[in-house]
Design a protein around this ligand. Structure first.
Ligand SMILES: Nc1nc2c(ncn2[C@@H]2O[C@H](COP(=O)(O)OP(=O)(O)OP(=O)(O)O)[C@@H](O)[C@H]2O)c(=O)[nH]1
Ligand SMILES: [Mg+2]
Length: 361
């Protein structure tokens, strides 16, 4: 199962527009709060300089980039954790994703309604974060109750668990998101199993006007509010969506004219990859060069399974070389001669930049 990145935020801040911009998938974006009810999923190709360089060296007939799934989740409002605005359902959708891109509105368009009638991304952030924390509090309290019930049959074990859950509850009550709490193995398992929302890796997408990438000063305030650990990307989402419909050349020239260089959405995609903890490996078979993304720490058979389940089941071995070696020496034969080609078995953990050939029966 592939890892997913959820797009969250208040209603009408540009979440669906962001997904469109990322995928050209045309999730319905309209000036109407709660326009997204069912979540939309977009498959987004990941820019990869290594893949482009490999394509130049290997000259395959076909080049296929790796992809990340983005899920556009409906807007949250104050009271979501108590069911306000279908809140419980939408919070449930956030439980299912592995990391989160939180979109906040910095753009000023008077024609687009804000649910609270003002532009204040710092306040918006707090509203959504509070709902995530309240949802976690409820989940943790349920977990503690369950653990306490268990304490009757296994008192010793349950006692330790109950205390640890208590620590998490304390943190959440103080307004500290669980991603800032150092979680032990057991706590991480809970976070995963119960989909604790404030534990998920996070980035902020500040949706700004194209003529003011500082978002009227809000971007700086967001940085201050969030500290260094949370990445904040300022990008004019609506313009990005419109640019997505142009040819690459037209796009380049518009970006230049608008002074948008460096504000591109590819940074959001790259950060998404990082938040999801994904590494890239490459295969070349039948003139098809392809990039794949897998969680760091994945073994060779599991990586093969990403390509096809038969390859995982029948995995024999993997021949692999590093992309930097291949780019330097240019041919397989040269690498073989230099002893830079390795044969790896079932226990091998695939590394970032491996170029692999998988043998299976
Ligand atoms: N001016 C301006 N309008 C934008 C921008 N981004 C989105 N919009 C508009 O804002 C409205 C809402 O955008 P959506 O992408 O549907 O918002 P959403 O966050 O998905 O909203 P919900 O699904 O209701 O939660 C649409 O009319 C968009 O065209 C922007 O950067 N600038
Ligand atoms: Mg939407």
């Amino acid at each position: 199962m592939s890892l997913k990145l959820g797009i969250i935020g208040m209603p009408n801040v540009g979440k669906s527009t962001l997904l469109n911009a990322l995928t050209h998938a045309n999730a319905e974006a309209s000036n109407y709060p709660f326009c997204t009810i069912e979540k939309n999923v977009g498959v987004v190709a990941v820019d990869d300089p290594n893949l482009a360089a490999l394509a130049e060296v290997l000259e395959p007939k076909e080049v296929i980039p790796a992809t990340i799934e983005f899920v556009d989740i409906a807007g949250l409002v104050r009271g979501a954790s108590k069911g306000e605005g279908l809140g419980n359902k939408f919070l449930g959708h956030i439980r299912d994703v592995d990391a989160v891109a939180h979109v906040v509105r910095c753009f000023s368009d008077e024609n687009v309604a804000h649910v609270d009638g003002r532009v204040d991304p710092v306040a918006d952030l707090e509203i959504v974060d509070t709902e995530l924390l309240l949802a976690d509090l409820e989940a943790l309290e349920k977990l503690r109750e369950k653990t306490n019930r268990l304490a009757k049959s296994e008192p010793k074990e349950a006692q330790g668990d109950s205390e640890r859950i208590g620590h998490l509850i304390e943190a959440v009550k103080r307004g500290v998101p669980l991603r800032l709490v150092s979680l032990g193995e057991e706590e991480q398992r809970w976070a995963h199993e119960f989909g604790l929302l404030s534990a998920k890796p996070l980035m902020i997408v500040a949706n700004v006007d194209e003529d003011d990438l500082t978002g009227g000063g809000w971007v700086e305030k967001l940085h201050q509010q969030l500290g260094e650990d949370i990445p904040v990307f300022a990008t004019p989402v609506k313009i990005e969506e419109e640019l997505g419909e142009l040819s690459p050349e037209e796009r380049e020239s518009f970006i230049r004219d608008l002074g948008l260089k460096g504000a591109g959405l590819h940074r959001v995609v790259q950060m998404g990859r990082k938040l999801l903890g994904l590494i890239a490996f490459y295969t070349i078979a039948h003139e098809k060069l392809q990039a794949w993304l897998i969680p760091g720490g994945t073994t060779a058979p599991k990586a093969a399974g990403k390509i096809h389940s038969d390859m995982e089941r029948g995995f024999i071995r993997m021949e692999t070389m590093s992309v930097s070696d291949l780019l330097e020496h240019r041919t397989r034969a040269a690498l073989q001669k230099l002893g830079l080609m390795r044969v790896e078995g079932h226990d091998y953990v695939v590394q970032e930049g491996d170029v692999c050939q998988i043998l299976f029966n």
